[in-house]
Design a protein around this ligand. Structure first.
Ligand code: SF4
Ligand code: SF4
Length: 135
């Protein structure tokens, strides 16, 4: 869930629009600083070595780490088990910009594993390795 979008729809309209879809309830995103130093690159490589952890940046060049893990209160019917008491970030999320109804993916560039990120660093001709050590 990335809670940047604002909610212009009623709760009931939102509930129906999301019917059968739970994409937003299956991950957590946290904004991180854009990597600029060898320590930053090393930290992203460390993140990507973990199962179900991705890193991406969007059109605004804002960087995020994404943990692919389903919300514990999502029901088997793909409904929110605490709909009337769900967190504010869930209430604020709008279908206007979501993956199903919006412009599609929020990713400008996504790294799903360490190799994706290293390839991108090499393409950018970034010197990311510490002296005497190579990823
Ligand atoms: S992707 Fe859109 S339709 Fe699917 S759960 Fe998220 S907001 Fe609802
Ligand atoms: S609290 Fe409900 S709306 Fe929010 S992520 Fe969990 S299942 Fe989805």
């Amino acid at each position: 869930m990335n809670g940047n979008a604002m909610d212009n729809n009623s709760a009931e309209k939102n509930k129906n629009l999301c019917k059968g879809c739970s994409l937003c309830c299956e991950y957590v995103c946290v904004e991180i600083d854009k990597p600029e130093t060898k320590n930053d690159y090393d930290q992203i490589i460390w993140m990507l070595l973990h199962k179900d952890v991705w890193v991406y940046f969007d059109d605004k060049n804002e960087w995020y780490v994404q943990f692919n893990t389903q919300c514990e209160v999502l029901t088997n019917d793909k409904l929110c088990g605490i709909y009337h008491n769900r967190p504010r970030i869930c209430r604020k999320h709008s279908q206007d910009s979501c993956e199903r109804y919006g412009e599609g993916t929020i990713y400008k560039k996504i790294f799903r594993k360490k190799e994706d990120f290293i390839q991108w660093l090499k393409e950018k001709k970034v010197n990311y390795n510490f002296k005497g050590f190579e990823h």
